[in-house]
Design a protein around this ligand. Structure first.
Ligand code: TUI
Length: 308
């Protein structure tokens, strides 16, 4: 399926795998890239040596383009931003902030830059700063989220910029892909569906939670800290949500409880203290399968719906 995004990046399908912190590593990214999408390794707040190693592993597993996500709230975002230049990573996506101060260096090095934007205003600023495309991410997404929905945000961003727009948030099958194209997007970013990919290295308990989730099983916690986050509604997430609602947890106490909680979910499957980030579409995911099958089935369905 061709679009401005497949042309821009030299990929077969206009799909990015979300750069999920602690989750998106080289095995998953290479599987997605080998299947014709754009696999993405998450920088998160990882040490530079870990990310360098992951980038090199990915290069050894695929000769297709792949990307790295720079999470801008990370204390070491600056050195990770330089690492992608040194390692000649073809594509960078960014999240959780404005990447303006890194843009010139990335562009000069020939890196394609695709920031995640939660608003029209940031999309316009990113286009002016030289972004190659933007990912308009709705509040249906997992993890750290903005307020606007995919359905409302994507067409408004499409109307406001001339660069290609990638839709994210709530997309997990060909219907979501087709709908995104109807909204004017030139591609999609998919995170939660790839949690249930064979190649995704998360703890089996995490995959099971995603596959068993119903439509009502995601919850947003932490709005009062300024970092709202969508997770699976586990006992731990319910405790956080009620502590936030009834005031029994101060924002500082909340931050203390959630510090390191994503690692505890991803590596240990710890239901007592782990934050299992997921998008609102988790309820639609019923099966663990290879990334290649996920992508091929998604685009076969989308092609049919779009009359291709
Ligand atoms: O970044 C994400 N999702 C994430 S990051 C993450 S790890 C984390 N740890 C601690 C605190 C926060 C996050 C887990 N999930 N998605 C992309 C995304 N970017 N969502 C929202 C935004 C965003 C928000 C504000 C992008 C730009 C922005 O700009 C504000 C400004 O400075 O103009």
């Amino acid at each position: 399926m061709k679009s401005a995004i497949t042309e821009l990046l030299g990929i077969e399908y206009p799909i990015f795998q979300g750069g999920m912190a602690w989750i998106a590593e080289s095995t998953l990214a290479a599987a997605v890239s080998n299947a014709g999408g754009l696999g993405i390794i998450a920088g998160g707040s990882a040490p530079i040596d870990y990310l360098r190693d992951q980038i090199r592993r990915c290069k050894s597993l695929t000769d297709k383009p792949f990307g790295v996500n720079i999470m801008l709230m990370s204390p070491n975002a600056e050195e990770l931003a330089q690492l992608v230049i040194d390692e000649k990573v073809p594509v960078v996506t960014t999240g959780a902030g404005n990447p303006g101060k890194f843009m010139a260096a990335w562009k000069e090095a020939g890196v394609k830059v695709v920031p995640v934007v939660p608003s029209v205003a940031l999309a316009v600023r990113m286009e002016r700063a030289g972004a190659d495309a933007v990912i308009a991410e709705g509040t249906e997404s997992g993890g750290h989220i903005g307020e606007n929905t995919t359905m409302c945000l994507v067409p408004q961003v499409v109307d406001a910029v001339s660069i290609p727009v990638i839709a994210a948030g709530g997309i997990a099958d060909g219907r979501g892909v087709a709908a995104s194209f109807m909204l004017g997007a030139q591609g999609v970013q998919v995170g939660t569906r790839f949690l249930a990919a064979d190649e995704c290295q998360i703890h089996p308990t995490y995959k099971e939670l995603v596959v068993k989730a119903k439509d009502t099983d995601s919850v947003v916690t932490g709005r009062y800290t300024g970092h709202p986050c969508r997770n699976v509604r586990t006992k731990f997430a319910k405790k956080l949500a009620s502590g936030e609602k009834d005031g029994s947890l101060t924002p500082d106490e909340f931050e203390q409880l959630t510090l390191g909680s994503l690692r505890k979910a991803v590596q240990d499957g710890n239901l007592e203290e782990g934050s299992f980030l997921c998008g609102a579409i988790a309820g639609m995911i019923k099966e663990v399968k290879p990334a290649k099958d996920i992508i091929e089935e998604m685009f076969a369905q989308a092609d049919k719906l779009l009359g291709k």
